[in-house]
Design a binder for this molecule. Structure first.
Ligand code: F6P
Length: 199
């Protein structure tokens, strides 16, 4: 792979209401991000296009909010189930306060060990880290620039792999909305990182 761009989907209707999981569409603000993303990306891509033709692929999850965010990107797209957001099981569609209210023991257990905590009937960060492995193998193989449009927990796992983040730190990595993260392979084998807020 040459460069990897990572971005969460634009703000969703669930994000707006503070609900986790689900499969909602973008909010008004999220749509605005989806419209601004092609320009922001093309500006960054133009830095690398001297004489070589630009070869870019866009990978999304199978959820509406990433597909809608990627819609206006003028590149071939691939949908990965392995990029879907962490499955919150019985807590899907709830707010964090609602979870603390209805399932206080679950909320406490997650706070104690967010990396290993598995939502009942759902996933843990450890599960997600394992699940994205095939995506990472393909990313390593890929010769073109890849733009990954995915979700908070899943992107923490992908980012951590390339930036050598220790597992214990993964669940609390900053992965804000409406930000384009550019990872550039360096001569020493590590990745350089730049972040671009898009508004
Ligand atoms: O709130 C958006 C979201 O993508 C949820 O769907 C998901 O459960 C959550 O973020 C993951 O972040 P955290 O592990 O910090 O709760």
């Amino acid at each position: 792979v040459r460069k990897i761009f990572l971005t969460r989907h634009g703000e969703s209707q669930y994000n707006q209401k503070g609900l986790i999981g689900g499969n909602s569409s973008l909010s008004e603000r999220g749509e605005k991000y989806a419209r601004a993303l092609p320009g922001a990306l093309l500006e960054r891509l133009s830095v690398d296009t001297q004489d070589e033709p630009l070869s870019v692929a866009v990978w999304t999850s199978t959820l509406k909010r990433t597909i809608e965010t990627a819609r206006s990107l003028p590149f071939p797209k691939l949908r990965w189930k392995a990029l879907d957001e962490i499955n919150a099981g019985i807590c899907d569609g709830m707010t964090y306060e609602g979870i603390a209210d209805k399932y206080p023991d679950e909320a406490a257990a997650r706070k104690r060990d967010k990396l290993r905590y598995r939502y009942p009937a759902g996933e843990s960060y450890m599960d997600v880290i394992q699940r994205v492995e095939p995506v990472i193998i393909e990313l390593e193989r890929e010769r073109e620039t890849v733009v990954v449009v995915a979700h908070q927990a899943v992107l923490r796992a992908v980012y951590a792999y390339f930036m050598n983040v220790p597992p214990e730190d993964i669940p609390r990595l900053a992965m804000p909305l409406h930000t384009l993260i550019e990872l550039t392979p360096m001569p020493d084998g590590t990745m350089g990182e730049q972040r671009f807020p898009v508004d």
